[in-house]
Design a protein around this ligand. Sequence first.
Ligand SMILES: *Cc1c(COP(=O)(O)O)cnc(C)c1O
Length: 457
Amino acid sequence: MEKKIPHRFYLTEEQMPKQWYNLRADMKEQPEPLLNPGTGKPVKEEELYPIFCEKLAHQEMDSKTRYVDIPEEVLEMYKIYRPSPLCRAYNLEKALGTPAKIYYKFEGNNTSGSHKLNSAIAQAYYAKDQGLTSLTTETGAGQWGTALSEACAYFGLPLDIFMVKVSYEQKPFRKAVMQVFDGNVIPSPSNTTNVGKQILADNPNTTGSLGCAISEAVEKAVSTPNCRYVLGSVLNQVLLHQSIIGLESKKAMEILGEYPDVVVGCAGGGSNLGGLIAPFMKDKLDGTKPNTRFVAVEPASCPSFTRGKYAYDFCDTGKITPLAKMYTLGSGFIPSANHAGGLRYHGMSPILSKLYHDGYMEAVSYEQTKVFEAAVQFAKCETILPAPESSHAIKGAIDEALKCKETGEAKTILFGLTGTGYFDMKAYSEYLAGTMNDYIPTDEDLQKGFDSLPKID
Ligand SMILES: *Cc1c(COP(=O)(O)O)cnc(C)c1O
């Protein structure tokens, strides 16, 4: 008889992973190295020390170590909110009338409301361990700033957060949550940095962008003694920390006697998707499970994978970070003010970019009204109010399940539900009132971003 699978399944403390998994160790073809924009040569680990703390710089460059021990202090804090549940979306399956089995890994069960705490804790821990006395960062929708504030409060580190101006204005309560955890929140672009002043002079009405907030945070870090910068997505180190999502999912599915045919995740900078797919992608790369499909879902308003170029680009608008080879819309691309703030980044993780480029992954994009339609259907079925970012993955999973309905195939679908949407009620209100727009950039809009790409190949 088939085992009855619970709505929500939790690993025990003993079953929880004690190591992160580094997917690069199993990639036969490596992502292209970071380049120093001054010399055009690959960046050395030591060159990253002024920006990142040393252990994290090492993780950034380390493509060899397959499994990395999670420090005891990090595991202790993980235990407060992990394992996260692996959920079976029985009600959604029924509502769709699909033969597919839909699973999702829910990462919204902590105050930051997202998966971002998984990396925030690790980064704050390594900074404290090195004896640093403050950190800076940027935040888009606010989830990363909240997560890092929580982690910094836990380890006793002061934190400056440059928050993309549109989110600062749309989500005042996010700011308040960060302040609860002693985070110092500054709307970006601001006149507290040279690069912020420059961006404001060039474009006084800008609503800001992640790339621009990153420039400000990096400048502040390198000009403040014993301070470093931390980033909540895109980087290899962040994907490493987020592998906890995939490792827990895989273990839980193993215990339930399941394995996904399709893994779906939303893609902003690629950290949750990279973390979710890592151990499953390992099986595809080594030939154990060659047929698993991986689908990245992004907003039509910021289509890095589906309409971007695979090229070397700056990670920030101010052009002060190293160059990364990635799918990008150009660091000068400023997306329209859509509601999935966490998916408004111009670039994409170099690891995922390489996998996508080599054909191991697919990507789709959706307009935001379609995404909210999926969000509302999901909320009614599953009692979770999803974040707009996460709802991209929901929409992707629903479409996969509907394909199964047509073909009659009972596939197993796993998607990442990265967080909750309680700070996005303005967006939900607009959707329900029918006043939400779907802005899709024209080819000319995108060309402006591509024109900002550095001339390197
Ligand atoms: C930040 C965020 C994302 C996107 O970031 P990735 O690095 O692409 O994972 C997705 N969902 C939520 C809830 C977020 O906060």
